[in-house]
Design a protein around this ligand. Structure first.
Ligand code: DP6
Length: 331
């Protein structure tokens, strides 16, 4: 077989990864917890180049006609990951191959497009180099891509990323399958443009925030509580913790040096409306990753009501409906 196709989901973090204790190995300061998203995914095809003299890596977008060899920053990340994967998998030889990628949602807008891309690429590299990895090692490999959250897209459903003290202890596992809880993530796209500061750059400055150490202290309790709420399916407390966590991470971002404001005026407007709706009895909670777009988490029984509510928001450019999803797989 010279070609394989892989599908991998993006994930939404309920408890977030922000800041790295080890910036080379991408070891986080804290555990994090997420849900894989059914409608936000990357499809990646990887093809070996038969001619042994060609030892190059090409990346091509499905949606572009011309065959473009990428040279931008994201491509540098692919090359660097290729070299790390070789080292991790103990591969000496170089080969040539082409990667075709398709994204079902806007890239680099804070919906973890690199998580779905790099988790798929981790599986692609292990196939390409003919090294079968178990899920733990696949997750470690994905983490080493530099898009740390990609390690949470490997397992099915709801993933818990153990921060670990060493590289071989820092990986994600599934704590529940997609069918465990019928949560819905309605992603409200307020802006489709690429964010100006990547999470990659943002992470590096997390420790410069005076709030960072307090965030880590508060996380100890929040991590325990959210696990309890999740296993009890206590949606009200779960939702409260979700919002507290998103605000905590963004407070650190906003107080970093230089300050990092991912939220826009539109983000705040929608947040206020979600809180208003809740007061009227419609129970949904917001969370936000590194971007201005909002993830509204609700239960399946309220999905239609929320869709109607969101469709009437002038700020919304697009709404993407997601259910819990399996992890990275060959298709
Ligand atoms: C705010 O370094 O994994 O989304 O490479 O952009 O996917 P990308 O980011 P990464 O940091 C993720 C930061 C976050 C929180 C989270 O997903 O845990």
């Amino acid at each position: 077989m010279n070609k394989v196709k892989i599908k991998s989901p993006a994930n939404i973090a309920f408890i977030k990864y922000w800041g790295q204790k080890d910036k080379k190995l991408f070891l986080p300061y804290n555990d994090s917890f997420s849900m894989n998203l059914s409608s936000c995914y990357t499809i990646l095809e990887i093809e070996k180049i038969k001619d042994p003299k060609i030892k190059k890596l090409y990346v091509k977008d499905y949606d572009k006609d011309d065959f473009e060899i990428k040279t931008d920053k994201s491509f540098e990340k692919v090359i660097s990951f290729y070299n790390k994967a070789k080292k991790f998998l103990k591969v000496e030889k170089d080969y040539g191959f082409i990667i075709y990628s398709y994204n079902s949602f806007p890239k680099k807008a804070g919906i973890a497009s690199s998580a779905s891309f790099f988790s798929a690429l981790a599986l692609a590299f292990s196939w390409f180099f003919e090294k079968k990895l178990d899920q733990k090692n696949l997750s470690i490999l994905a983490r080493l891509s530099g898009s740390g959250s990609s390690c949470r897209s490997i397992p099915d459903g709801f993933s818990w990323w153990y921060k670990g003290k060493k590289s071989n202890e820092s990986y994600a596992v599934s704590i529940a399958p997609p069918s465990y809880w019928d949560l819905v993530d309605l992603v409200l796209i307020l802006n489709k443009e690429e964010k100006k500061v990547s999470s990659f750059e943002g992470h590096l400055m997390a420790e410069t925030s005076g709030l960072f150490k307090y965030r880590l202290l508060s996380l100890e309790k929040r991590l325990k509580e959210i696990k309890k709420a999740f296993f009890k399916k206590d949606f009200t407390y779960f939702g409260y913790l979700l919002e507290e966590e998103a605000i905590s991470m963004h407070s650190v971002m906003m107080t970093q040096k230089p300050p990092l404001f991912y939220w826009s005026g539109k983000t705040i407007e929608v947040i206020k409306k979600i809180i208003e709706e809740r007061k009227k009895g419609l129970e949904g909670y917001f969370t936000i990753d590194a971007g201005e777009n909002i993830h509204l988490i609700c239960q399946k029984k309220d999905e239609e009501k929320f869709l109607n509510f969101l469709k009437n928001q002038k700020e919304a450019l697009q709404i993407i409906k997601n259910y819990p999803e399996i992890g990275t797989k060959f298709i």
